[in-house]
Design a binder for this molecule. Structure first.
Ligand code: SF4
Length: 299
């Protein structure tokens, strides 16, 4: 049984809308994440090496959201809410607690649009509420006409290789399950896509792998594909950079020097690497006629 905690705020308002995910707000029903992805940027001393051990449910989240979202709705400050940015709202504990579901009921009541980002098919449980949100949410003025409805559902995948996914995302559902879940969302009429974020350098970033990933997304009905590079933060024992290198040394020791050179100074790969990844992904998306951005007409 996970710990429960009380928090002071649940709705985070961003200073600026996120260019990729289009969110103006975010909600994280849980603190920590039992999917335990090695590359997860929230890692660090706060969460520890095994984030399942520090996983906590923000038990007063529904009361807080009722208040905070009610206030935003009164002022007409509509914007897309990302669920979630630093946890997975559909990790196994959600099955029992239904905390995310309770939050969605409040989101529906105040007619806010949402972008669900997950690695879990458990989101399928909530398609009934999400359908109502999709129909009734009020989009921010500048996104009207650029999005079909009030719900975006995207699934994050870093590799299609099941073994590799097991190494880098040890607690998460298999990529195939995520693809199947996306297909079901699409069949139910949702606007949906795949976040190939992070693409793993020298492991899932070749032209062939990108082609395979984008083609697969298209075959499973994705409306869009986002492709993004890996970031590696921190030097502490539980930071993702430290843990990622540990995994490389164990499973892919030949890649360690290449990574050291790619992440020489900054937590992001070199500018050339990022530019090449973006250009190659865009080219392949054009080849398969799939959007590499969520909303048409984006700058
Ligand atoms: S699912 Fe997301 S939040 Fe959870 S460990 Fe993986 S990257 Fe982090």
């Amino acid at each position: 049984m996970a710990r429960v905690i009380e928090v002071k705020s649940i709705l985070n308002r961003h200073r600026k809308r996120d260019d990729w995910f289009l969110d103006d707000y975010s909600i994280n029903p849980y603190y920590g994440c039992s999917f335990n992805c090695i590359y997860c940027y929230i890692r660090g001393s706060k969460y520890g090496e095994n984030m399942e051990k520090t996983l906590s449910a923000k038990i007063n989240a529904p009361q807080l959201l009722e208040r905070q979202l009610g206030r935003r709705a009164e002022r007409g400050e509509y914007g897309i809410i990302l669920i979630s940015s630093s946890t997975d709202a559909y990790q196994p504990i959600e099955e029992e607690l239904e905390l995310t579901r309770k939050l969605l009921e409040i989101v529906l009541k105040y007619r806010f649009p949402v972008h669900i980002v997950t690695k879990s098919p458990l989101v399928l449980r909530d398609l009934d509420i999400l359908k109502e949100i999709d129909r009734s949410a009020i989009l921010p003025r500048d996104l009207r006409g650029r999005l079909k409805g009030g719900v975006i559902i995207s699934f994050s995948i870093s590799t299609l290789d099941e073994r590799m996914a097991g190494i880098f995302e040890p607690g998460a559902p298999e990529p195939q399950e995520r693809l199947e879940a996306m297909r079901k969302c699409r069949e139910r009429g949702f606007f949906t896509g795949i976040n190939f974020i992070p693409v793993l350098p020298y492991l899932s970033d070749s032209d062939e792998e990108l082609d395979r990933m984008i083609k697969t997304a298209k075959d499973y009905g994705a409306d869009f594909v986002l492709v993004g590079a890996l970031t590696l933060f921190g030097k502490g024992p539980s930071d993702c950079r430290t843990l990622y290198y540990k995994v490389l040394e164990k499973y892919y020791p030949h890649l360690v020097p290449k990574y050291r050179s790619l992440f020489r100074i900054f937590p992001v790969p070199s500018k050339e690497y990022r530019k090449s990844l973006e250009e190659r992904a865009e080219k392949i998306c054009r080849k398969y006629g799939i959007n590499c951005r969520i909303a048409a007409g984006e700058g």
